[in-house]
Design a protein. Structure first.
Length: 392
């Protein structure tokens, strides 16, 4: 089940990353500007984030399996529509539908984990899922760059459609329903608002959500800017970009392997504290190198590799820390957490696209600011600090 859940949450980064190497050439193929092509990424992120507000409550009402099967079916058809797009605006619209369908695919696996586990054990399972998740950002740009060279950018969207169809079959055949008692009231607007109000009032939940949101912001800033920085600024080929991007994303796997071994030993709080410390060091290093105008791929790959290690040390325990106190509304909690992540992260990606000036500085500065935000959010709102304040 852990392997299948990891494969499910890998759909989202696969759909985001597989066509990144194609973005510069898509501007010519679709007679579009770089800013318009980058909108296929930022609109995707916004649509994904907003749709997740409804995906969690829906899964609380109808169950985890139906929510996943429905989301995967729409995802397959939307991916085919992306491949058939003949102008950038049709592609943006198809990407928006694709993103909305992915909402349940992103939310439900985490809710399934919360149905079955809590606390450090949940963080451990999420870290193991992260090993599977970490493979997608590594292989997606490498596969995508080769598919682009051989068959064109449209083939990448057909490839993710095939992946979604295979997962639909595996979910139908293998995934049991983990929600013991569906809540028929879960999708009522008054209940949704009440549940979200309860979550927002929790300082622990808010703190972990902000850590995750800023962490994702750095990642999304890299997704939005990396292809233009590596290809247009540094002069790498599409295949070269795939290998450089994949090297950075090896940090996902490294961080997941370390985190899955340590989290049950050191606990959620210490893992998040260590992860955000490494994150801010990596982010600031990237920003300083860009400020000094160090014009070499290593100046991006090395600090971003460290950032991704820190990201995967931080995300599973932060997710478990946010969801553990709310077992009865795990779907809603997962939805609100994902919404917060993607609202902030999508804005970061949009700003990188809008401020691209032919250098790596907009991307690097956005990542540096995001790392500082994650670091400060945990230090200000950490559960340990709140307990110490209550005891004084």
């Amino acid at each position: 089940m852990t392997l299948l859940l990891g494969a499910l949450i890998a759909v989202s980064p696969l759909a985001m990353d597989i066509y990144l190497a194609s973005m510069p050439s898509m501007t010519q193929a679709l007679a579009a500007t770089p800013e318009q092509v980058q909108l296929t990424l930022s609109v995707y992120m916004y649509g994904w984030g907003i749709a997740q507000l409804a995906a969690g409550p829906l899964s609380d009402r109808i169950g985890r399996r139906p929510a996943l099967l429905g989301g995967l079916a729409v995802f397959v058809f939307a991916s085919i529509a992306c491949a058939l797009s003949r102008n950038v605006f049709v592609l943006i619209g198809a990407r928006l539908v694709q993103a909305a369908s992915l909402a349940s695919i992103a939310v439900v696996p985490r809710a399934v984990v919360r149905d079955l586990y809590s606390g450090d054990q949940a963080a451990h399972v999420l870290a193991l899922m992260g090993l599977v998740l970490g493979i997608a950002p590594v292989v997606a740009p490498i596969i995508g760059s080769h598919v682009h060279v051989l068959f064109g950018w449209q083939a990448n969207f057909l490839l993710v459609a095939l992946y979604g169809a295979l997962l639909w079959w595996f979910v139908r055949a293998m995934l049991p329903e983990t929600l013991v008692q569906p809540d028929a009231r879960a999708t009522r607007p008054s209940v949704i608002v009440a549940n979200y109000r309860q979550l927002i009032r929790s300082r622990v939940f808010t703190g972990y959500v902000l850590v995750a949101a800023f962490g994702f912001s750095g990642l999304f800033a890299f997704l939005a800017g990396s292809s233009f920085v590596f290809v247009s600024v540094l002069g790498e080929s599409e295949r070269g970009f795939g290998w450089l991007f994949g090297t950075v994303m090896l940090g996902n796997i490294t961080g997941s392997m370390i985190g899955s071994r340590l989290v049950r030993r050191v606990g959620i709080e210490r893992m998040v504290r260590a992860g955000t410390l490494l994150m801010v060091i990596a982010g600031i290093a990237l920003g300083v190198l860009a400020l000094l105008n160090v014009h070499h791929p290593v100046a991006i790959v090395v600090p971003m590799f460290a950032y991704m290690v820190a990201f995967m040390l931080t995300m599973p325990p932060a997710t478990a820390g946010a969801l553990t106190p709310f077992p009865q509304i795990a779907g809603s909690a997962s939805s609100l957490m994902s919404f917060g992540q993607f609202l902030v992260a999508s804005t970061a990606a949009l700003l990188v696209g809008l401020t691209f000036d032919g250098t790596s500085r907009p991307m690097a500065f956005a990542i540096a600011v995001a790392s500082v935000g994650a670091f400060l959010s945990f230090r200000i709102l950490s559960p340990g600090k709140q307990r110490r304040a209550a005891n004084q």
